[in-house]
Structure formats: C-alpha cells, structure tokens
Design a protein. Structure first.
Length: 84
C-alpha cells in the first residue's frame, strides 16, 4: 500500500489494521458516543487494545482477474473458496 496513508501525526493506518493498536486512556476531554440509540457524554475513557483486523487491498490488475473469474464461473457453479 502507498506509504501516504498516514494520520496527521504520521501514523501508518494499515499497520494498525494488520497488527492491532493500543488506544490510550483519555481523561479531561469531552467525548460524545452513541450507544444503543442513547447519546453518552463523558470526560474519561479507559485505554484498550484493538486486535488485528485482517483486510485486503486490491490493485487494478487484481480487480480485472477477479471479475474475469466470476464471469467464467457465474452460471456453472464452479466458484470455490478456501476456508481459512
């Protein structure tokens, strides 16, 4: 992935998605959340660890190959996906 996918502080976002991220605690900053249809206002939040979030990014040549494969197998029922 292009190295320009960074936050304003220079953090490379795909690394957090791939490796997980540590979200720091917050104290003294107004935060507003919506939970179960209710708006919650708070000034504190515990820190927590986000686990990895596997993802794929396709390049243009990948999209062409995938589209061709679907087109070949659309009506024959031969699409096979491997379980991980």
């Amino acid at each position: 992935m292009d190295d320009s996918v960074r936050s304003s502080k220079g953090f490379f976002y795909p690394k957090a998605l791939n490796d997980g991220a540590t979200v720091p605690p917050v104290d003294g900053k107004l935060m507003v959340f919506e939970i179960d249809g209710h708006t919650v206002f708070t000034y504190k939040r515990k820190g927590f660890k986000l686990g990895p979030f596997p993802f794929m990014i396709f390049q243009e040549q990948d999209k062409v190959r995938i589209t061709e494969e679907f087109a070949k197998n659309l009506f024959t029922g031969n699409l096979q996906f491997k379980n991980s």
